[in-house]
Design a protein around this ligand. Structure first.
Ligand code: KIV
Ligand code: ZN
Length: 524
C-alpha cells in the first residue's frame, strides 16, 4: 500500500455489512416480496445490526419506490440505501424514496467491462466515465453517503477501473463497490484486483472499498473473503445467499467465517449473530426459497452429528467436531416449550424470549387462538412451531379477498381423490369441488373451479417445521400471472389444509396488488 492514510483506512478493524436481500435477493426469479414483507425483513436486519440495508431499486416500479420509502421510514439504526443506474431520473427517484430515512445512501452504477460498454450500453469508455462522475455529483446533492459500482468490474480492464474510480472519488463517492457481476472470478485473482486498485488509485484512501460477488461458480463467499484479506472493508451479501441466478455471497457465511477465524482476519463485523437463524427463517418463509439442510450455518443439519464417532467426540468435548456454537448463530435447543394447558402469559413470555414482538394486542390474541388450535392437534409445541405460527399470522394479508372456510378431501386406494370446500370470496361463501391426481391437486382444482385465476403454478414445496408425523408442514406455492410472480405460504399439521391456505395466500397477494412485477421482467 502506497501511503499511510490508505493503510489506516483499509486496515480498519470494522467490516461493514451491506445487506442486499431486499434488492439483489429479490432479483431471484420468484422471490418478489410485498412492501410489508420487505419492512419485516428490514426490521430483522436492523435488529441484527446490519450496517446498510439496500431496500430496493426505486425507479424499477411504483411498488419498489414505496417499499424503499416504507423501509426508510421505519429503520432507525441502519443506513437505508436505494439503487440507481447512473441516470438522472433514477437518482432523483432514489433520492425521493429515501427522504424519510434517518441515514441514507444512494448506490449508483454503470457497466465498465468492454462487453457491457460495447454491447449493452453502446457507449465509449470516456462517456461512461463522464456519466458516472455526473451521477455521483447529482447523488451527493441528496446525501453525503454515495456508493459507486462499476458493474461487471470482475471482467473490466484494470486501467479503466483505476481511471473511473479515481474520478468518481474526486466527484464525491464515499464507497467504491467492486462487483463480480457474473461470478467469474477466482479468489486469489479477485483479492489481487482489490489490492491493485487500492495501491494504484491515488485517492483510494478517501473511500471505503466494497465487494459484491455472485455465486455462478460457487465462489461468492471465497472471493469476498479474499477481497477482505486484501483491504476491502465492506461486503455486500444476502440472507441465505439469495440473489440473481446462483445468488450472492451469503451473509451468514461471511459473518461467521470472519468471526470464527479472527486469527486470520484483522477486522470483524458488529453483527448480533444470534439473529442469523431467525432472519434466515424469516427470509425463507417469505420468499418460499427453502434452505438446503446441509447449508452452512443455517441449514437444519449444520450442527447435527450423525456418525457415532462424531457423537461420542461431541459428548466428550464439543470442540472436537464443532467450530461454532449453535446458540451463537441463533439456533435454539428446540425444547418442548408449551402444550395445550399453557396459558396466555406463558405463551407471551416464550415469544418474548424468542425476540418475537407483536405490533398489536389483536395480533397477539389471534396468534394465541391459533396456538390453542395447534395444541389440540399437536402434543408438543416447539420453538419452531411458535415461529411458524407467528409467520402464519404475518402471512395473512389485510383485507383478504379469499378465505378458506372449510375443506374436506377424500383419498382412497383406486379412487380419484376429491376435494369439497367452502371459500369466502369478497365476503360471500361459495362451495367448490374438484378432483385431481392427489388430494392437494384436487384442492387446487376446487379453488380454481370458482376463482378462475388464470395463473400458472410455478412451484409447490413442503417443509416439515419440526420432526415427527404430527409436525406442521410449511407449504409454499408460487404462482405466475402476466409476468407477476407471487409466493404464498401456509402452515398446518394437515398438509392439504396448509397447501390450500398457501394457494389462497398467493391468490390474495395477486389480488392485493401489493407487490411488483418481477424486476427482471421490467425494462430496468
Ligand atoms: O451484480 C451487480 O453488478 C449488481 C450491481 C448493481 C452492484 O448487482
Ligand atoms: Zn448483483
Amino acid at each position: 500500500m502506497s501511503n499511510e492514510s490508505q493503510v489506516i483506512k483499509h486496515n480498519s478493524n470494522k467490516l461493514i455489512i451491506f445487506d442486499t436481500t431486499l434488492r439483489d435477493g429479490e432479483q431471484s426469479p420468484g422471490a418478489s416480496m410485498t412492501k410489508d414483507e420487505k419492512v419485516r425483513i428490514a426490521k430483522a436486519l436492523e435488529k441484527m445490526n446490519v450496517d446498510i440495508i439496500e431496500a430496493g431499486f426505486p425507479i424499477a416500479s411504483p411498488g419498489d419506490f414505496e417499499s424503499v420509502q416504507a423501509v426508510a421510514s421505519v429503520v432507525k439504526n441502519s443506513t437505508v440505501c436505494g439503487l440507481a443506474r447512473a441516470l438522472e431520473k433514477d437518482i432523483v427517484r432514489a433520492g425521493d424514496a429515501l427522504k424519510p430515512a434517518e441515514s441514507s445512501r444512494i448506490h449508483t452504477f454503470i457497466a465498465t467491462s468492454p462487453i457491457h460498454m460495447k454491447m449493452k450500453l453502446r457507449m465509449q469508455p470516456d462517456d461512461v466515465l463522464a456519466q458516472a462522475v455526473e451521477s455521483v455529483k447529482l447523488a451527493r446533492q441528496y446525501t453525503d453517503d454515495v456508493e459507486f459500482s462499476p458493474e461487471d468490474a470482475g471482467r473490466s480492464e484494470t486501467d479503466f477501473l483505476c481511471r473511473i474510480i479515481e474520478a468518481v472519488i474526486d466527484a464525491g463517492a464515499t464507497t467504491i463497490n467492486i462487483p463480480d457481476t457474473v461470478g467469474y472470478n477466482i479468489p486469489h485473482q479477485f483479492g489481487n484486483l482489490i489490492a491493485t486498485l487500492l495501491e494504484r488509485i491515488p485517492n483510494s484512501d478517501k473511500a471505503v472499498f466494497s465487494v459484491h460477488c455472485h455465486n455462478d461458480l460457487g465462489l461468492a463467499v471465497g472471493n469476498s473473503l479474499a477481497a477482505v484479506l486484501n483491504g476491502a472493508r465492506q461486503v455486500e451479501c444476502t440472507i441465505n445467499g439469495l440473489g440473481e441466478r446462483a445468488g450472492n455471497a451469503s451473509l451468514e457465511e461471511i459473518v461467521m467465517a470472519v468471526r470464527t477465524r479472527q486469527d486470520v482476519f484483522s477486522c470483524d463485523t458488529n453483527l448480533d449473530t444470534t439473529q442469523i437463524v431467525p432472519c434466515s427463517k424469516l427470509v425463507s418463509g417469505i420468499t418460499g426459497f427453502p434452505v438446503q439442510p446441509n447449508k452452512a450455518i443455517v441449514g437444519a443439519n449444520a450442527f447435527a452429528h450423525e456418525s457415532g464417532i462424531h457423537q461420542d467426540g461431541i459428548l466428550k468435548s464439543r470442540e472436537t467436531y464443532e467450530i461454532m456454537r449453535a446458540q451463537d448463530v441463533g439456533w435454539s435447543d428446540n425444547r418442548m416449550v408449551l402444550g395445550k394447558h399453557s396459558g396466555r402469559n406463558a405463551f407471551k413470555s416464550r415469544l418474548a424470549e424468542l425476540n418475537i414482538d407483536f405490533t398489536s394486542e389483536q395480533d397477539l390474541n389471534e396468534t394465541f387462538a391459533r396456538f390453542k388450535d395447534l395444541a389440540d392437534k399437536k402434543h408438543e409445541i416447539f420453538d419452531e412451531d411458535l415461529r411458524a405460527l407467528v409467520a402464519d399470522t404475518n402471512w395473512a394479508i389485510e383485507n383478504e379477498h379469499y378465505k378458506l372456510v372449510s375443506l374436506r378431501v377424500c383419498s382412497e386406494t383406486g379412487e380419484t381423490p376429491a376435494a369439497a370446500m367452502v371459500l369466502e370470496i369478497g365476503g360471500n361463501e361459495v362451495s367448490a369441488n374438484g378432483s385431481g391426481g392427489g388430494p392437494v391437486d384436487a384442492s387446487f382444482r376446487a379453488i380454481e373451479s370458482v376463482v378462475n385465476s388464470g395463473t400458472q403454478l410455478q412451484l409447490y414445496s413442503v417443509n416439515n417445521i419440526t420432526s415427527g408425523t404430527d409436525a406442521q408442514g410449511e407449504v409454499t406455492v408460487r404462482l405466475e400471472k402476466g409476468g407477476r410472480i407471487v409466493s404464498g405460504q401456509g402452515a398446518d399439521t394437515d398438509i392439504v389444509i396448509a397447501s390450500a391456505n398457501a394457494y389462497i395466500n398467493a391468490l390474495n397477494k395477486l389480488e392485493s396488488n401489493d407487490d411488483r412485477e418481477h424486476p427482471q421482467l421490467g425494462d430496468v
